[in-house]
Unconditional design. Structure first.
Lengths: 418, 219
């Protein structure tokens, strides 16, 4: 991945389309987006205002795609995109944005600011101004197949444990299976209980499923760092495996951006429609519930709440499914203020958790989550993203709060009816 | 140039020049935006672009409660001056007469004292908007020359109109010429600045709503 300013500028040019032009044309600098962003509300630093993060892209739009901007460029009056600007903006575009999409919900003129920041990242990365941690994760994804460097033997070892614990088979490379399960490295290494839960639930539901040894990684560092070529390559691996195994549905696991990557961006990255469906695990479970294939018994004790992972709820539209599933296992479910489509991000999405430089900041802005939890004081927090989960645990520890974090899929599995 | 000559120039060639730049500018801007196009979405749709887009074009007019609470002053002052501009511009009898002269149709006006009161309210709210812009640290950070220019050019027709109506300081033809010229200045700058949001916000909202609607996501 050789980077240069020219490549960065040309990447930014490629990102400008009619929607971006309409967005920039409409911004009136009202600053309302700042109040929707936890990186502003918790730091009070105005440069972290969402729309300000798009400045490199704005300059390119203005100078290349507007009459006034082009005239200004001829006269040498327009502001240029140079290394100095991109260097200054790197911490704003990467460290101070989780792509959570909250700003895009409140902009009065309707700008999808998150999309604009996502597009700005394409230029930043191409110009060589992406955080080292994210460059490393992207490199490992391409070379090893996982941002955390998880290889197939590691997965096989975890599967062996799961099979021993459950007495169930975890099917690998089964041609013609209905479902092909993707996993995040985080699940393989930190939460193998997730694989166990799937094995139990799918066994009970009588659903055929498989894991592809050639493409088991769900996460997509290319999406986060903003390099479409890498993102497309990672998606293509999944497409190839799904086509080879002739599966009906690919399941995106409990990971936020993985869902965006494969469900919404995937076909657009590889440039063709998928021959299979893509569903989030919560959509699959909710469908099984509806068909009567998923039955539970008993209720969780204590007050539960649900943390909506941004890419699954706000940006992904899977909001009602988790709530219907939680209803099966809890009669004491309480919503946080600003839940669902307006939930506050955990502070570690969009690659922030892969960027060590942002560690201090993400824990600082966790104050927003803390306030949300404090408002209802739950006994346990359920969620459906292992990245959120790791960071929420981190944040709760930092703020001396002792609230257990549960995976919805795993909790459902614990309540499976005999 | 006598004041009568100035007034006739403002009413005649001045208005023509401003109108041509205003209309051509808006057409150029829309062309500039739409010409860029947008790639078709290849992901399996969960909802409709059209219904999401159309819905968001309207729903973004009203902020959700939490957003309003966090930016109450900005939103209230914003609403107030936009509404005031609408009343003073479209509901003042002489303005409607002008439209009738040019296009052959008009609509009922509001009583002049009411429009007059709205002019004062709008001027005050625009002053409040500027004070907010300079006081609020986010807005102050974002503010550039264009923000101040467009603020001034929006305020100017209100002030010159108010002065002209109350005949303060100068003779009637001079006051009216000043008022018309200030509107023409606004028209000329309009398509090439953020004032364009008056039109493009519907495009922006449509795109945001369409992108979300396709995914079956609220926006």
């Amino acid at each position: 991945m050789s980077a240069s300013l020219d490549k960065g500028i040309s990447a930014l040019k490629q990102q400008v389309d009619a929607s971006v032009a309409a967005f920039f044309s409409s911004c009136v600098h009202c600053g309302i987006c700042a109040e929707a962003c936890l990186f502003y509300t918790e730091t009070g630093e105005p440069e972290r205002t969402p729309i300000n993060k798009t400045e490199p892209l704005r300059r390119i739009w203005k100078s290349e795609y507007t009459l006034v901007g082009r005239l200004g460029k001829m006269l040498g009056l327009t502001k240029k995109v140079d290394h100095k600007l991109l260097e200054e903006w790197e911490t704003l575009v990467y460290d101070s944005c989780t792509m959570c999409g909250r700003c895009s919900m409140v902009c009065p003129v309707g700008n999808d600011i998150t999309l604009m920041i996502r597009k700005t990242r394409e230029g930043m990365a191409a110009a060589g101004h992406a955080p080292a941690g994210m460059i490393g994760a992207s490199k490992r994804s391409v070379e090893i197949g996982s941002p955390m460097g998880v290889r197939l033997p590691a997965l096989r070892a975890q599967i062996k444990h799961v099979e021993a614990d459950t007495g169930l088979k975890v099917p690998l490379d089964v041609v013609g299976a209905e479902y092909m399960l993707l996993l995040s490295s985080m699940e393989i290494m930190n939460f193998p209980e997730f694989i166990e839960a799937i094995a139990k639930i799918f066994e009970k539901a009588g659903a055929s499923w498989t894991i592809a040894t050639e493409a088991f990684e769900a996460t997509n560092s290319g999406i986060q760092i903003g390099v479409s070529d890498i993102a497309a390559e990672l998606v293509q691996r999944i497409v190839d495996a799904a086509e080879k195994l002739k599966v009906t549905t690919v399941i995106s696991p409990e990971c936020g951006h993985a869902y965006t990557a494969i469900r919404w961006d995937g076909p657009n990255l590889v440039g063709k429609k998928f021959s299979f469906k893509v569903r989030h695990i919560l959509e699959v479970l909710d469908e099984m519930r509806q068909q009567g294939r998923l039955k539970t018994s008993g209720m969780e004790s204590g007050k539960l709440t649900y943390h909506d992972p941004c890419q699954i709820s706000r940006r992904g539209g899977v909001i009602d499914e988790p709530r219907r599933l939680i209803d099966m296992i809890s009669d004491n479910f309480v919503e946080m203020p600003d839940h669902g489509k307006m939930n506050w991000c955990c502070g570690a999405g969009g690659g922030v958790s892969a960027n060590e430089r942002a560690d201090e900041l993400r824990l600082k802005v966790f104050q927003r989550k803390k306030d949300q939890f404090d408002a209802i004081r739950p006994d346990a927090i359920v969620s459906a993203c292992s990245n959120c989960r790791i960071h929420l645990e981190d944040g709760l520890e930092e703020y001396n709060m002792d609230i257990p974090l549960l995976s919805l899929t795993e909790t459902i599995a614990e309540h499976l009816a005999d | 140039m006598t004041e009568i000559e100035l007034l006739s120039w403002a009413r005649g060639p001045g208005l023509q020049i401003a109108t041509v730049i205003f209309v051509a500018g808006i057409v150029i801007r829309f062309f500039e935006i739409l010409m860029l196009g947008r790639k078709a979405n290849l992901a399996e749709a969960r909802g409709s672009e059209m219904s999401g887009g159309l819905k968001t074009m309207f729903t973004r007019t009203v902020p959700d409660r939490a957003t309003y609470k966090r930016s109450a002053f900005t939103i209230t002052a914003g609403y107030l001056f936009h509404f005031g501009l609408f009343i003073t511009f479209f509901m003042f009898a002489p303005h409607i007469l002008l439209v009738k002269d040019i296009f052959g149709f008009g609509w009922p006006s509001l009583p002049t004292p009411i429009v007059d009161a709205f002019a004062v309210i709008t001027i005050i709210s625009l002053l409040a908007v500027l004070a907010n812009r300079l006081n609020n640290k986010v807005m102050r950070y974002l503010t550039n020359f264009e923000d101040l220019l467009t603020w001034f050019l929006t305020l100017a027709p209100l002030v010159t109109g108010y002065i002209a109506f109350h005949r303060i300081g100068f003779t009637a033809p001079t006051l009216l010429a000043m008022h018309i010229l200030s509107v023409e200045l606004l028209m000329i700058v309009f398509p090439f600045t953020k004032l364009m949001h008056a039109f493009t916000l519907f495009l922006a909202r449509w795109y945001n709503g369409a992108i979300s609607g396709y995914k079956g996501v609220a926006s």
